[in-house]
Design a protein around this ligand. Structure first.
Ligand SMILES: O=C(O)CC1=CCC(=O)O1
Length: 94
């Protein structure tokens, strides 16, 4: 199951820099592990925003929810999830 996931990151300025940097490092490690596993298929920066657009390939809604809610920056994110199916005119195979 493919999902488009949009994440807007809103780290409050009241969070100290060392904590924010540690969370960002953990986030990177976790996202790269999920990318290596093929679960986090695409990860794109939205130009001009502290936001990303991603595609996840997971087995269920529950799996995606568990994955997203386990992200270190999850408490500071606004997340939008859109389920995807292949367009009938698409020539790419999924
Ligand atoms: O910087 C972001 O968009 C948040 C994030 C998601 C995966 C990652 O490594 O950082």
């Amino acid at each position: 199951m493919l999902f488009l996931v949009q994440m807007q990151v809103n780290i409050p300025s009241s969070l100290d820099k060392a904590t924010a940097d540690a969370l960002k490092k953990e986030e990177k490690e976790m996202s790269q592990k999920l990318q290596r596993e093929g679960k986090w298929r695409d990860l794109w920066r939205v130009v001009g925003q502290y936001a990303n657009v991603s595609v996840f390939d997971v087995d269920s809604n529950d799996e995606l929810h568990e994955m997203l809610s386990a992200l270190p920056l999850y408490p500071f994110m606004d997340i939008t999830v859109t389920p995807l199916v292949q367009h009938p005119s698409a020539i790419a195979t999924i």
